[in-house]
Structure formats: C-alpha cells, structure tokens
Design a binder for this molecule. Structure first.
Ligand code: ADP
Ligand code: MG
Length: 233
C-alpha cells in the first residue's frame, strides 16, 4: 500500500538547513496497523505529512497504492489526498460552528455527493463510532474522546485506503486514549490500513507493528507480539 525508499527531508531555516529525515525506507502492506514511535522532534510528523501528501520529500521515492507520488500538480495531489487518505489529528481539527453530522459530511461534499446521500452516509459513520445520538451537537458540546471519534468518522467518510493519525490520543486521558485506540483497532480489523504516530508505548502496543524513528532514521521495526514476547523473557 505504501512503499518509500531513501526518503530525505530538510527544512530551510534562514541560511541554514535542518536535515530531519535522513534516508527512510518503509513498506506497509494493506491491512497493517503501524505505530510510528520516536521522541519529540524525531521527524514523525514530517514523515506522516509526506505520506499524507501534505508536504513533499526532497529526495527518494514514494509509492501510494502503486501510484508514484512525484511531480503532481496541486489539483491532482488534492484529488489523490481526498481519495486515498484520511487524517486524524491530536487537536481533532473539527469545524467549531458545524455539528458532528456536518463535520463528518464535509469530505463527502468535496467528493461532490448530493445533500441527502451525504447525510445518510455521515450518520452511518457516526453510528459506527457510537455517536449517532450526538449528530446535532456542536464540538463544544462534546468531550475530547467524542470529538476524536467524530474526527475518526470524518476520516472514514471518504472511504480512504489509508488512515493517518498524528498523536490521535495526545490530548486525551489514558482511559479515553484506550477507547479511541480500540476504535482504531476495530476499524483496522475491518481491513483498513492505519498509521498511528505516537510517543507513548502503551498506544504503540495497541498497534500490530512498531517502527521507531530516531534522529531521522528508522532504528527499529518489529511486530508488537514479538516486542511483548521479548519483554516477558
Ligand atoms: P515530531 O513529530 O517527531 O515531534 P517533527 O517532524 O514535527 O517531529 O519535527 C522534526 C524536526 O523538524 C524538529 O526539530 C522540528 O522543529 C523541525 N521542523 C518541523 N517542521 C518544521 C518546519 N515547517 N520548518 C522548520 N523546521 C521544522
Ligand atoms: Mg509531531
């Protein structure tokens, strides 16, 4: 589903340049649930933003569902982004003056679907995340966990091939974090490919595979059952 080779990214800051990703190779198959771990500043968001086509690498190759992501016009990139990718952020990024249903329906509007079908689909996704009864509530009337579940429903609504979550539990208490991760596990068990950026081991352990980033390179890449088994030796 995702294949990257020798990915490099630097940020220009004035006259100097900060080399953040220093040759990343990563393959992710359909149906995987992968945690990208690493301390703050290790380049996790930079990598996720490139995978999400929100930013471009300086060097290297990126194939998303066998499509080479390179030299695309902004329109084509936006189309791929809408079709292939769903985003979940630490701060939810819901639109405050739209209710839960309208937030979930928004990507469907950009896909050009009619109003009625948007409402039906959006309500279906809200039901999937257990928030059907909260459809007409504004984000300000929802708890953090509920807001993140609305954001997950919104990310699912456009039926993306890959869900990208950047610290999805970063603003939640540990009990709510576990609930949100359980929902992510459930969505994954239905076949969705999901990447979760986190710096918390508890969260990473709820994924199936953990990729560790340090100083812009991958230093570890293991299946979670192996990691847990080793820790019990
Ligand atoms: P993480 O998500 O692992 O905390 P990031 O990918 O956000 O790390 O950042 C990696 C490094 O790149 C950090 O040192 C950060 O300050 C720097 N950085 C991130 N985004 C930018 C940017 N747009 N311009 C300049 N430096 C940036
Ligand atoms: Mg980050």
């Amino acid at each position: 589903m995702i294949s990257i080779k020798n990915l490099h990214k630097s940020y220009k800051i004035g006259d100097s340049s900060l080399h953040v990703l220093k040759g990343i190779d990563l393959n992710i198959k359909k149906g995987e649930l992968v945690a990208i771990m690493g301390s703050s500043g290790s380049g996790k968001s930079t990598l996720l933003n490139i995978l999400g086509m929100l930013d471009l690498a300086d060097e290297g190759e990126y194939l998303l569902d066998n499509v080479l992501i390179e030299g695309l016009t902004e329109t084509t990139a936006a189309n791929y982004r809408n079709k292939f990718l769903g985003f979940i952020f630490q701060s939810f990024n819901l639109i405050n003056y739209k209710n839960a249903l309208e937030n979930v329906a928004l990507p469907l509007y950009y896909q050009g679907l009619g109003r009625k079908i948007r409402q039906v689909k959006a309500l279906g996704y809200l039901e999937k995340v257990g928030l059907k009864d909260w459809a007409t509530h504004l984000p300000s009337e929802l708890s953090g966990g509920q807001k993140q579940r609305v954001a997950i429903a919104r990310a699912m609504a456009s039926e993306p091939k890959v869900l990208l979550a950047d610290e999805p539990t970063g603003a939640l208490d540990s009990k709510t974090s576990t609930e949100v991760m359980s929902l992510i596990q459930q969505i994954n068990s239905e076949g969705k490919t999901i990447l979760v950026v986190t710096h918390e081991l508890d969260i990473a352990n709820m994924c199936k595979r953990i990729v560790k980033l340090k100083d812009g390179v991958i230093v570890d890449d293991q299946k979670v059952d192996q990691v847990i088994a080793e820790n019990h030796v």
